[in-house]
Ligand binder design. Structure first.
Ligand SMILES: [Zn+2]
Length: 213
């Protein structure tokens, strides 16, 4: 059984007005809509994910008095755990229940007509999330894995934004959880799409047995 995972196609990630617009992200919205309805695909389930932050989320540069896109060393949110991770600080984006956090209009309209599962991530303020399955520490799990298991999904196709952050990390989580994982490249866009970044990304996906097609 196969599922289509549509990652974070939300207004704030879309040019021209999104606060954290992914270059050319708007180009994939209508193609994704067609993909949902592609009769040759036979999706057993379609899931749309949302980055869904409280106003003071830890990934917002403003909260730290820093410039957007500067780096940060995150400390584990677990008491007594001294591990750290390098991260990037972002402009304020996808604040819950704002226009910016809404799904792109064509997808939003689609959710009025058909039942699609919506999975939120990033709602705990003290930790960053990229994967739609879990936070960057792999402590908090979203409902995504349980949902896919409940519906006997074994194969996931990942599309959306941004290829080099949330799409990549969702795919890596899926592969680690044992799903056959495919990223459909034409239905994604990256924040850093230069050749060097793309080569690095391809290697990383290969290491996790993720197909990029
Ligand atoms: Zn975010």
């Amino acid at each position: 059984m196969k599922a289509l995972l549509i990652i974070d196609v939300q207004n704030d990630f879309l040019p021209p007005n999104g606060s954290l617009a992914v270059p050319k992200g708007d180009e994939i919205v209508n193609p994704i809509l067609s993909l949902i309805h592609d009769s040759q695909q036979d999706w057993h389930r379609v899931v749309m994910t949302r980055d869904w932050h409280p106003k003071n989320h830890i990934s917002f540069a403003k909260r730290h008095g820093q410039e957007p896109y500067s780096s940060i060393t995150y400390k584990s949110p677990r008491p007594g755990d001294s591990s750290t991770q390098e991260g990037t600080l972002w402009p304020v984006h996808c604040v819950q229940n704002t226009r910016g956090s809404q799904l792109a209009d064509p997808l939003l309209k689609e959710t009025y007509k058909n039942h699609y599962k919506i999975v939120d991530k990033g709602f705990l303020s003290d930790r960053e999330y990229y994967s739609a399955f879990n936070d960057i520490w792999d402590f908090h799990k979203t409902e995504l894995n349980d949902y896919l298991k409940k519906h006997h999904i074994t194969q996931v196709y990942v599309v959306g934004l941004a290829l080099d952050f949330c799409v990549k990390n969702t795919a890596i989580s899926a592969a680690k959880l044992g799903y056959e994982t495919i990223i459909l490249k034409d239905y994604t866009r990256a924040i850093n799409s230069d050749e060097e970044s793309m080569e690095k990304l391809k290697k990383e996906l290969e290491e996790h047995n993720i197909k990029l097609q």
